[in-house]
Ligand binder design. Structure first.
Ligand SMILES: Nc1nc2c(ncn2[C@@H]2O[C@H](COP(=O)(O)OP(=O)(O)O)[C@@H](O)[C@H]2O)c(=O)[nH]1
Ligand SMILES: [Mg+2]
Length: 260
């Protein structure tokens, strides 16, 4: 039987995290919360709702660093990345798992496919994402319909192929330097551009990346940590940097994957 892990990056989500955890489908066998130094009751609320949850305190700032730490720490066969703000619907997890079991290496949620969409798109976010998606498709010869969206899933064996351990091992700036919304992590991949890095590297390594439709909602409480322009530029730089990076490579061994 396939073990299914969920990695949730969270920064001050005490009013949201409980709803997210309550909505997880029964097929999920491991829950990892990577806390970015929350000063509210995020961890306590999470533990109340799911006493078995694994809590990791990230040492290196940024949402991307948190996601990488969680992916590397997971002991499951496959991992799903889910935000803690109620904007991503956990009920979509089974369709992602199904696509992985059918042979995909990476499954990305798409707000651009029929049945998908977003109520969280501002004009700036939507147009920025359209441009980034087009550039990604040109540079990587893909046909993606959505690019800058962090709801995705992958097999555990893909984590090492993408060299995510390296991404977090190289750096450990103390968290104290990251306080305040406007501070961005120094290293590319440690911020909101993590999904760009994952998708671009997967395409470069010839992995099978499949999209499934996803409906993004508004965050339920609180405000976004994203700075559309600044973070969008980081995504753009990641697109270029990963295209220029050598194809390097750890081979992907798909043979040990479970089939159900
Ligand atoms: N661990 C951790 N989580 C973060 C950090 N920044 C944002 N998050 C979480 O990442 C998810 C997405 O962040 P959000 O601010 O909603 O950005 P948006 O969805 O792009 O508007 C939420 O669950 C946040 O709590 C961080 O530096 N560390
Ligand atoms: Mg959000």
């Amino acid at each position: 039987m396939t073990s299914i892990g969920v990695v949730i990056p969270a920064l001050n989500e005490e009013h949201n995290i409980g709803h997210v955890l309550d909505g997880l489908p029964a097929m999920v066998t491991e829950i990892i919360l990577v806390d970015g130094g929350s000063t509210d009751a995020t961890i306590a609320v999470a533990q109340l709702h799911r006493p078995e949850i694994t809590v990791i305190h990230q040492r290196t700032p940024g949402k991307g660093a948190a996601m990488a730490v969680g992916m590397v720490a997971s002991t499951s066969d496959l991992v799903i990345l889910l935000d803690a703000d109620c904007s991503m619907n956990p009920a979509e997890i089974p369709s992602m798992v199904e696509a992985l079991l059918l042979g995909a290496d990476v499954v990305k949620g798409s707000r651009g496919l029929p049945g998908g969409g977003s109520t969280d798109f501002t004009w700036v976010r939507k147009s920025g994402n359209t441009v980034l998606t087009q550039v990604a498709n040109l540079l990587y010869r893909t046909k993606w319909t959505d690019f800058a969206y962090g709801y995705f899933a992958l097999w555990a064996d893909v984590v090492s192929v993408l060299e995510l351990e390296k991404l977090i091992a190289e750096e450990s700036h103390p968290m104290t330097t990251s306080r305040g919304r406007r501070h961005r992590p120094r290293k590319l991949g440690h911020g909101f551009e993590i999904e760009a890095l994952v998708f671009c590297r997967s395409a470069r390594r010839g992995l099978q990346v499949v999209e499934v439709s996803s409906l993004e909602d508004l965050r339920r409480h609180g405000t976004s940590n994203l700075l559309a322009l600044q973070d969008g530029i980081r995504v753009g730089i990641t697109l270029l940097a990963e295209r220029l990076r050598s194809r390097a490579s750890i081979p992907l061994e798909r043979t040990s994957r479970p089939t159900s």
